[in-house]
Each structure stands twice: as C-alpha cells, then as structure tokens.
Design a protein around this ligand. Structure first.
Ligand code: ADP
Ligand code: MG
Length: 228
C-alpha cells in the first residue's frame, strides 16, 4: 500500500512583489494510520500546506502523491473528485448550516462531493449519516439544530460530516481553536479513538495540549518543514 501522503520538494511561491516563498522544498511522508501535528507561528505556511495537501492549492514545483496518485498534473475536475473521495476537512469554525439539523448537515457531505461513491445514491444517505454520527457519539442529537449544541458537540458533528465516505485522510485546521479545555479534551479523545481505528489524521495547531497527543510532530517555520 502506498503512503497516504508523499511530498517531494514541494514549493509554493505566491507571485507577489516581492514573491512570498510560503513553502520551500518540503518533503514529507505520511503513512496510513499516522496521527501527525503541524505546528508553527502565524504566517509560517501552515494553511498553505494544508490547502496543498487538501488539493485546494497547487504547488509551484515538486511532486505530491495522495494515496499513490500524482496530483500536481491532474486537471481541476479530477482533483476535485479525488479530494471528495480521499479527504475529510475539519475547520476551527465548524461550518455547519444553522437551519439544517445535525443529520442533514452530515448528509450534505455527500451532496457536496465529500464521500460521494459509486452506488451511494440518496437511498441510504440517512443511514450513512447515522453511522458517522455514531462514530462521534452524537446520535442522541441527530434531529437538533446546531444552535442548540455546545461547541464541542458542533465540532463532533463536523467530524462526522468529514468521516462520510470513509476518507483516507482527515485534515484539521485548528480544530480546537474555538473550544474550551473540556470540549478540547472531548475532541482529542475522539481523535485518539479514530486513530486507534486506523484513520490517518493531520492536525494544524498552535496548542501544545493538542500537538502533544499526536504521534508525530512537524514544525514549519518560514515555509521550511522540520520533524521533531
Ligand atoms: P499560516 O497559516 O501559518 O499563518 P499561511 O500559509 O497562511 O501561514 O501564509 C504563509 C505566507 O504566505 C505568509 O507570509 C502569507 O502572507 C503568504 N500568503 C498566503 N496566502 C497568500 C496569497 N494568496 N498571496 C500572497 N501571499 C500569501
Ligand atoms: Mg493559517
């Protein structure tokens, strides 16, 4: 089986004046089942790296294999499809639709591409959402609107949405940035459980409490990556 992520000499230069070298010749291997944290100060290139890994941005040079597929030469449509099949995103601010229930928010993952699979039509969507919500311990809130949930519960719903379609990789950008310490703990416990089941998780964070839970930690500074 190929690594989930294989970056070789990936650079991203923003063509401003002067140009910004947001990523400088980054090489990285992430094996299936790795739980990795990326730390670094503001402006160091964390979001650029996450966007690159998530196929939302394209490197200026270098090679990026996702699950064995060279992504840098793919057409936009193929990149979008691959993203939908392989990657679940979790953001600091949850991004749940306020007028949709918990179940509907999770089901929307399939409508907007995440977890779209051959044979995954509308029938069975609710059941798949229920299964994803069971993984994060949120079935008891399935018909609630997000406004009635705590921050930690909202993030667990967002994680359930990201798990639809069994992605190869969970990419998380400051997933506990809006949570108090108790809810942070709940989300980190959940990541531990998902990691134990073999999910590959990559978390961007500036919180030691978060990065210390990951099995691997890499630091990015001025676009240069170093393993700790
Ligand atoms: P971080 O997420 O670690 O705060 P970013 O990846 O957002 O850092 O940014 C890395 C560097 O690239 C910063 O100097 C930032 O100003 C610059 N940058 C990010 N996006 C762009 C862009 N679209 N155009 C020009 N410069 C950018
Ligand atoms: Mg950022």
């Amino acid at each position: 089986m190929p690594e989930v992520i294989r970056l070789d000499d990936v650079s991203r230069v923003f063509p401003t004046d002067p140009p910004v070298h947001a990523l400088s010749k980054i090489s990285l291997r992430v094996e299936r089942g790795d739980y990795m944290a990326i730390v670094g100060p503001s402006g160091s290139g964390k979001s650029t790296l996450l966007n690159t890994l998530g196929l939302l941005d394209r490197p200026t040079s270098g090679s990026y294999l996702l699950d064995g597929v060279e992504t840098t030469t793919l057409k936009d449509g193929d990149r979008t499809r691959l993203r939908g099949q392989k990657i679940g995103f979790v953001y600091q601010s949850f991004h749940l639709l306020p007028h949709r229930t918990v179940a509907e928010n999770v089901m929307l993952a399939e409508i907007y591409g995440r977890g779209r699979r051959p044979g995954h039509g509308r029938r069975g969507r609710r059941r798949r959402a229920e299964e994803a919500l069971a993984k994060v311990g949120m079935t008891h809130r399935i018909d609630f609107l997000p406004g009635r949930l705590s921050g930690g519960e909202r993030q667990r719903v967002a994680i359930a949405r990201a798990l639809m379609g069994s992605p190869a990789l969970l990419l998380c950008d400051e997933p506990t940035g809006n949570l108090d310490s108790k809810n942070t703990e709940t989300v980190l416990d959940l990541f531990d459980g998902l990691h134990a089941q073999g999910l590959t998780i990559m978390v961007i964070t500036h919180e030691d409490e978060v990065s210390s839970r990951a099995g691997r930690r890499v630091r990015i500074s001025d676009g240069i990556l170093t393993e700790e």
